[in-house]
Design a protein around this ligand. Sequence first.
Ligand SMILES: [Zn+2]
Length: 740
Amino acid sequence: MKYLFSLVLVIFATAARAQEPAQWKGKFEQLEQMLPTPNEYRTGSGAPGPKYWQQQADYDIKVELNDDNQSITGSETITYHNNSPDVLKYLWVQLDQNLFAKDSNTPRTATSNVVDSVTTKTIAGQLSLIDFDGGFKLKSVTDASGKPLKYFINATMMRVDLPQPLKSKEKVSFNVEWSFNIVDRNLLGGRSGVEYFPEDKNYIYTVAQFFPRMCVYDDVVGWQNKQFLGRSEFTVPFGDYKVRITVPADHMVGATGMIQNPTEVLTQTELQRFEQAKKSFDKPVIIRTQAEAVAKEQSKVREKKTWEFAATNVRDFAFATSRKFIWDAMAVKIGTNTPLAMSYYPKEGNPLWEKESTIAVKNTLEVYSKFTIDYPYPQATSVHTASIGMEYPMICFNFGRPDKNGTYPDRTKWGMIGVIVHEVGHNFFPMIINNDERESTWMDEGINSFVQYLTERERYKDKPVGRGSASGLVDYMKGDPSTKRPLMTSGENVVQIGSEQYGKAATALNILRETVMGPELFDRAFKEYAQRWAFKHPKPSDFFRTLEDASAVDLDWYWRGWFYTTDNLSVSLDDVKWFRLRNTTADPEGKNKQVTKGDLGPKSGSNGKDFSGGPQYFSVITTDDRLYQEFQNKVDDKAIIGKLENKNIYEITVSNKGGLIMPVIIEWTYKDGTKEIERLPAEIWRLNESKVTKVFAKDKEVVNVVIDPKKETSDIEEADNAFPRVQQPSKFDEMRKKTN
Ligand SMILES: [Zn+2]
């Protein structure tokens, strides 16, 4: 609208002249070639395409635990369904236990250096001084008829050559027999392992990566056979599992899926309590009590029992077994589903575990389901373990152990609740929304840490905030740039994995939700992503595209800054100038005052420090008829000037010093003590990415202006966010705490 433009032009003339040449970096341009070209498998909208396909791998597994030497012996039949349009000459199988083999590349590719003093445990790890015979020992790899198949092993990957190429839409079955020694996690680390309890001479086994399992073959990378070096996690296809686990008869077993033969392995009393638990929605029912578990610790029977489990449409299988386990469970109402929330823990976990674990599982299922999809599996289990948190479908291993006398500091309780929410949350990312963990760590760890943050804010308000808050990222953002990597970096190549792939990604999503999109728009788009990609394999571009597609918010600038760079967030409120109108409605053309065009020279406005110099005066002049050209509708000069007559006009200048783009959140504090917050969308930066100036008309006099008053953007330098500048940020903080 032209006539308005001419009026605005006069006011802004000074500002436009004062601006420095913009450093344009295309921050608002589309990602285009940075994202893969859409095709019939993955669309430009971020949804699976009409010809989207994924492979399926079904397993029939038998394993036996040897409690005397802590080893596993197993056999399996894998049925591999080739749903791809391609013909496959060979199949790639993951041999994750080879991480612990003598020739493992993991210690060889770990850097180390000599320091003044070092613990035995650290140097033993660095120089591989602990003698452990790890890795899979394969007994046979045979076809369905039992004939040996050709295969070769490259570190943690095995290529099985097929006698006949596997055509599209066909399936093939083959068998593997193996054994391996279970790693002592306290000595050698690892995600699967055993812990010994010297007082009662028993073990807790948390067993995973215990069977040779298929790699993912997909439309983007073909076989994902990138080696397992220990950190970047797993990329696994969906399938149905039937697993028989043979353990000492006094053991209690928890696993992925549902138990198929409860009458064979549980006592009559346990069976009754289990049935009770399925109907108990308000609190957990203890199925094997502490007293019963303690009695088992002494029994140490030699006989064995076989537990049968089945799971449908899962991407992996894990189990935990011990005679030390107490077991409790309760039902949870999720839409039309009533999954069980369950926990397995030794007496060493009590009284904390019986109080908090299963409730934390329930809370997690409820809140995650609200933000994503209704939890579709029949159960979710939390297992007590020494020092790690690790996730598998329907089961996860979590730390959090009270002191020997049963007391525990808050830190232990919150740590344990945090890890349970996190690991149970992984059921959604990546167990159901099944991304490539080996390559795109942030898609499971970052997204999951973000929903963990939402869950804890909703259900554990007293818990200290973990990863995900905006202010929590500031220390990382201020840190050494040489160790920072963009989020779109393979997890294996990242130096600060926790701060970035978990923390920065979670904060990025939190700020996106709270500050950029607003919860309503974000939640709708995020849910759409979960719905589209549940039980499928999404890529980063599918996430980026879906969030835009479902919200009508162009977020390429946000992905570009937060996911493809290591830029910081640092805005500075450079100046606030205070003006008032020189002319009035009584003298609309300001004829009684000396008006000179361009009289607001560089010295005009505020003194650059505070408002003590009082306002400067500027003129609004009537719009010359010639400027309307042929248009008949004209601005009512008097009315416009009347609207501005008693106003305080403020011109603020904000510069972007960190590189990351963010909405500009302005807090005005008025002379009468009241406050007002104004939020300007990030697009205000689109013409000048480094400096913007904007004019506001306020009824009241302003005494203070602060950018990002509630610290919602991870701004790394607060001192330059206020006008007038605050000399001592600590006092300022105190003042602000009182007023907010
Ligand atoms: Zn995690």
